[in-house]
Design a protein around this ligand. Structure first.
Ligand code: RIB
Ligand code: CA
Length: 330
């Protein structure tokens, strides 16, 4: 089966880096490009981290990286989320300075161009603020019918929020952009906290990853993944009270884009609270009439097969680069 074409939009912090590695290493995903946005870190730092992870993965050098928005549509970006991702977004780990640079095209223009070149072919996977997509839609509203689907990490329907009692970080970080995207008509799969907080890694999963990944040439990748996971375990324990379990928010979104059978979904009409004093960034569905919706704008993930997801994640992250696999068949 041909690999599914995707554009991945990231604000490369720790779970974004894992999502990126998953998308780069999965043989069922063909990345048409990677776009970056402010969020966990600045757009510049997200771009630098993305290029460095791309080089670490040993994936094809010709995957373009386009830098996008530096702040939300309205208001100001709150700055790097150091508590969870550290100052450089990747747990303080120093990857070598990337040799490649981002392309000159602005990320929203890149998205508009790719969707017009290949209408109906490309799945968009967004694991940060939806700002780049909102700008792309403003530039060319016809792209709403040209994306195959949008799979986004963001929101919370039944689960509580993670930056406020009711809001998840990616939606809260640019609610106006989220509102425009949810109202655009793009078919949406919402991979929110209802499922990502259940899609957890534990210590034994890290040990299994290291066993699976053991092999020639894999040391730099194993060292990086091990170090950022260690940082993430400590940060989630300290700031979120999660002991011995870390949610794989962004990797789950990529995995669901690859294999929708990992989750159960419910149809909803999701409205975004853009202004509430206490509730900005909430993803609301009028559940009083859930069985009688006349219109829906999102398939909301409500259950995840955690074990099957983790198994797939570990195997893809640990996969030997193609060159090493070929050597093994000599
Ligand atoms: O709420 C989780 C999201 O916010 C993820 O995309 C993660 O990278 C964080 O910034
Ligand atoms: Ca993210």
């Amino acid at each position: 089966m041909a690999a599914a074409k995707m554009i991945l939009d990231v604000d490369t912090g720790i779970d974004d880096a894992l999502a990126l590695l998953f998308a780069l290493k999965s043989d069922e995903i063909g990345l048409e490009g990677i776009t970056t946005v402010f969020g966990n870190v600045s757009a510049e730092q997200a771009t630098r981290n993305t290029l460095a992870v791309l080089e670490l993965s040993g994936a094809a050098e010709d995957i373009p990286v386009a830098m996008g928005a530096a702040g939300p549509l309205f208001g100001e970006w709150g700055g790097t989320v150091e508590s969870i991702h550290d100052r450089n977004g990747i747990g303080g780990y120093e990857l070598p300075e990337p040799k490649k640079q981002a392309i000159a095209e602005f990320a929203p223009d890149f998205i508009v161009r790719k969707l017009n070149e290949q209408p109906g072919e490309i799945t968009l996977v967004f694991v940060g603020r939806l700002t780049n997509l909102a700008i792309a839609l403003a530039k060319d509203p016809t792209i709403a019918s040209k994306a195959k689907r949008l799979v986004l990490m963001g929101g919370a329907l039944y689960a509580p929020g993670n930056v406020t009692p009711v809001a998840e970080a990616n939606i809260w970080g640019d609610p106006e952009a989220a509102h425009r995207v949810f109202e655009s008509g793009i078919p949406i799969t919402m991979v929110g906290l209802d499922v990502t907080m259940e899609a957890v890694l534990r210590d034994e999963d890290v040990r299994r990853f290291k066993e699976l990944a053991a092999g020639p040439g894999q040391e730099p990748l194993v060292r990086f993944v091990d170090a950022i996971l260690k940082y993430y375990f400590e940060a989630y324990e300290q700031y979120n009270g999660c002991v011995g379990r870390i949610p794989m928010h962004d990797p789950l979104a990529v995995a669901v884009a690859e294999d929708p059978s990992l989750v159960d979904t419910e149809p909803h009409y999701i409205a975004i609270e853009t202004k509430g004093r206490l509730s900005a960034g909430a993803t609301l569905s009028d559940r009083r009439k859930a069985s009688a919706f006349t219109e829906i704008n999102a398939s909301v993930c409500v259950r995840v097969d955690r074990d099957r997801f983790v198994d797939r994640l570990l195997k893809v992250l640990a996969a030997q680069p193609l060159s090493a696999q070929m050597r093994g068949t000599d």
